[in-house]
Design a protein around this ligand. Structure first.
Ligand SMILES: NC(=O)c1ccc[n+]([C@@H]2O[C@H](COP(=O)([O-])OP(=O)(O)OC[C@H]3O[C@@H](n4cnc5c(N)ncnc54)[C@H](OP(=O)(O)O)[C@@H]3O)[C@@H](O)[C@H]2O)c1
Length: 220
């Protein structure tokens, strides 16, 4: 039977490359998007469901539909925004926390029995190098710091269930949205989604069976 990979935010720029990696590696792929339009636009492998993972009920109901054993979980769903501290309000802070922390924490919680059942599962969460602090990104950076901390706690708590948990810390990813936002930048310096997908795939592979509890900084 094929191994199962769950990819949250799998219809996004990085998520698509990760779904394609797992598909090439022979996994059955299950992914989610948040907006209905993603269902029409997504052309990649796997089963795509529309779920807002920051809403607990939706998240747990979706997790319940997934196979009983989940061998790899790439928790990629997230979002970015910039706002100077003087303009921060509760809406902005809650939005960043919901998209980044809640989506990862609720999915991890809901999937834990299925990860445990796989005996040797691996979870990769997506932080950001901004997590240590960056101007204009206070809410986003704090949310990503929380994601990195969540992964660290989970790696310790879930060790006894043979579930490994790591986070990765990308810098700027070469996505259509970033190209549109920063047209003057040197795109060659940016990390490619396919390169990051290889790292996630490696962390979920048997070759990484002694790697857990790390926040892995990516760069060229
Ligand atoms: N792009 C970068 O330069 C960069 C750098 C460092 C870290 N990261 C992180 O890397 C990850 C992927 O980035 P990306 O550029 O590929 O972003 P993206 O294209 O916007 O993909 C993120 C995906 O997550 C989904 N999502 C957001 N909130 C969700 C929720 N509550 N429930 C379910 N799905 C949700 C989005 O759906 P919608 O499209 O419908 O909102 C989208 O499909 C994110 O966690 C991001 O924070 C990105």
């Amino acid at each position: 039977m094929a191994k199962v990979a769950v990819v949250t935010g799998g219809a996004g720029a990085l998520g698509r490359a990760v779904c394609a990696w797992f598909d090439r590696a022979g996994y059955s792929v299950f992914l989610n998007g948040i907006s209905e339009s993603e269902r029409e636009n997504y052309r990649g492998p796997g089963q795509l469901d529309i779920v807002d993972l920051s809403i607990e009920d939706q998240c747990r109901k979706w997790a319940a539909t997934l196979p009983e054993r989940v061998h790899a979980a790439a928790l990629i769903a997230g979002g970015f925004s910039m706002k100077p501290i003087v303009e921060l309000d509760s809406l902005e802070i809650e939005k960043m926390m919901a998209m980044n922390l809640l989506s990862a924490a609720l999915t991890l919680s809901a999937l834990t029995p299925k990860l445990t059942a796989a005996d040797g599962a691996s979870v990769v969460m997506v932080g950001s190098q901004a997590y240590t602090g960056a101007p204009g990104m206070a809410a986003y950076a704090a949310a990503k710091a929380a994601v990195v901390s969540l992964a660290a706690s989970a790696s310790i708590e879930l060790k006894k269930h043979r579930v490994r948990v790591n986070s990765i810390l990308p810098d700027v990813i070469d996505t259509p949205a970033n190209r549109a936002a920063m047209p003057g930048a040197n795109f060659d310096e940016w990390q490619k989604p396919e390169e990051i997908a290889e790292v996630i795939g490696f962390l979920c592979s048997d070759s990484a069976r002694v790697i857990t509890g790390n926040a892995l900084r990516l760069g060229r």
